[in-house]
Structure formats: structure tokens, C-alpha cells
Design a protein around this ligand. Sequence first.
Ligand code: UT7
Length: 335
Amino acid sequence: MIKETHLPPKKAAITAVGAYVPEDKLTNADLEKMVETNDEWIVARTGIKERRILKDPNKGTSFMAINAAKDLLEKRNLDPLEIDAVIVATITPDMNVAATAAYVASEIGATNAFAYDMQAACSGFLYGMSNAANMIAGGRYEKVLLIGADKMSSIVDYTDRTTCIIFGDGAGAVLFEASESDHGWEDEYLRSDGNGRLFLNIKAGGSLYPTSKETLEAGLHCLYQDGKTVFKYAVSEMADATEKIIKRNNIDPNTIAYLVPHQANKRIIDAIAKRVKLSDDKVMSNIEYFGNTTAATLPLLLKDYESKLKPGDRLIFAAFGGGFTWGAAYLTWAY
Ligand code: UT7
């Protein structure tokens, strides 16, 4: 239900989680047959053993987003008509113009909601959490469904060994509502630097380089990444943001339940954990099985660790991605 104006600010909380990953797996052994690479290199340099791939050519990101949302709705026994807004964080929308979120909202029956896509690459879900939490905090909306979903296999060049080994497909969803306790969204630190677009992009298909025979022939519609440069920025900016959030909230690292880091590379995750002095058991990780699913990594982590979480658990989120975009956030778990 949409509230009237002038309500006191509320603390927003995540109150439900859902997820969907396709059944088909792309293993390191499969990739060995496609490009000049090997399992040992991939595991040592990234920590990834397999990824999920949405093979059906007739299904786009919305298929996974809808399934993640349905998983959440069923678990929570929630009437979709109660949802006020649907945000889909993605860089692989079904179509460039019609928002994937609008289609997802219609397909799940959230016909009282407004819906839009959030494009902040691997930070999309983190930025989306900020949007959703602040919509709730403003008091005007009661239920915001945030989905992170990407069909990375639709933009990856499977002849480029530097990118095809990293990415996978998947979707995760969370519901934001006003907290019924003191727990919920505590703080956020979000940043961006547009100069980063040189190092991580899809050059063509936008207004700068519209699709043409030349852009197609030059392969400019696939994901390009200068891995080394992105790696360097990801480590320093994610670690700085994480440290900032911990310090300005006076959090003793020993009291953190989990770091919830974007799953881009196990070495990036390890470097951040080391910098903020967190042992492995306090770092959520599933990169081994899903690779980098871009906007879906954070909700897929929440889904995997949901059963271990308890009210009051301190979670520190961190992400870095194309743009560049990055940030960190502090949330206390509500259920
Ligand atoms: O989620 C959005 C943000 N993205 C990221 O955070 C990703 C950041 N970057 C990375 O994760 C890493 O840079 C990569 C995994 C992409 C690459 O790892 P790296 O350790 O930075 O490798 P590199 O690019 O420095 O390459 C080292 C060597 C090169 O060979 P030479 O020049 O030393 O002979 C590459 O050609 O490894 C070679 N190489 C490979 N070898 C086997 C690159 N890719 C592969 C491969 N298999 N797939």
C-alpha cells in the first residue's frame, strides 16, 4: 500500500530472499575445450570452478528474475499486489528500451507497482539496496522488491579467454520493508568514477556507437575488460569503502557476522578480507560455483547463507563494477 506523505522516517530491513540459477553448468573442463586455458590457471587466478548458463536462446534475464521473485513470493507467502515497486539491477536487460523490471512486475502479478531497471554493473544490486532502503525509509512505500539478475552469457565473447572464464548467469531477489525491530539498513557509502569506462565496457549498441555492420564485425557488442586495471581499482576502492563503513560506524571487526563481497575474483575478496582483518569463515563466498554473475552475486550470497543468519547479525556489503561504480554498506539482519 502506498502511504500518504509526511510520515516519520523508518529503518528499512531485508525481510525475505529468493534466487534462481539455471541448471546448465559451464565447467573449467568445458572451457578448456573452447579456449586456450586450463582448470589450474582458472582456479588459481580466480577461484572459479563452474558457472551456470541459461542455454535456452528464447529466454532472457527476465526469465531468471521472474523465477527468483517467485521463489521469494512463495517462501514469504506474499501477495504480489502488495508490492509498491520493483527494481531490477542488470546490465543485460531483455531489451534496451523496455525496462526488464516492468515486464517482471507484470509477470509476477505486481500490477500495483512501478518498476525500473538499475544499471550500475556489478554494483547494481548495492546501489539498488540503497534505492529500496531509502524508499522505505521515506515512509511512502511499504514493500520494495529488488532483484539482481544478469544473463552474462548473452554478452560474453566465448573466444576471449580473459573474460569468458569469469562470468555466469543467475538472479537473486530481496524484499525491503519497514523494520519491526532496531535491525535493518544502517549506512551506505557509494561512489563512481566515469573514467573507468575505458577499462570495462560494451562499446557499441548505445548512442555513441550505434549498431552497424562495422561494430558487429569488430566484435564491439561483447564485454571488454582490461582485467589487470579493473583488478587494481576493485581491490583498492572496495577495501577503502569497506574500511570507511566499518570505521565510521565504530564497528569492532570481531563483531561482524559476515562480509558480503561482490564475487568477481577470489583474490579480490581475499585481499579485502585481509585489509579489514576478517577470517575466511566470516566472508560469504560462492564464486567457486557461480562465477561472477554481475548484479546477482550479492543476493545469491544472501540466499546461500540465509539459514546461518540470525537477527542482529552485522553484515558489511561491498561491490565494485563497470562505470566504475563501487561502494560498501552496513546492514543488521532482521530475521
Ligand atoms: O566484476 C566486475 C569487476 N571485474 C573484476 O573485478 C575482474 C578483475 N580482474 C580479474 O579478475 C583478473 O585480472 C583476471 C581474472 C581477468 C585475469 O587475471 P590476472 O591474474 O590479472 O591475469 P593477467 O591478465 O595478468 O594475465 C596473466 C597471464 C597472461 O599471460 P602472459 O602475458 O603473462 O604470458 C595472460 O595471457 O595469464 C594469461 N591468461 C590466461 N592463461 C590461461 C589470461 N587469461 C588466461 C586464461 N587461461 N583464461
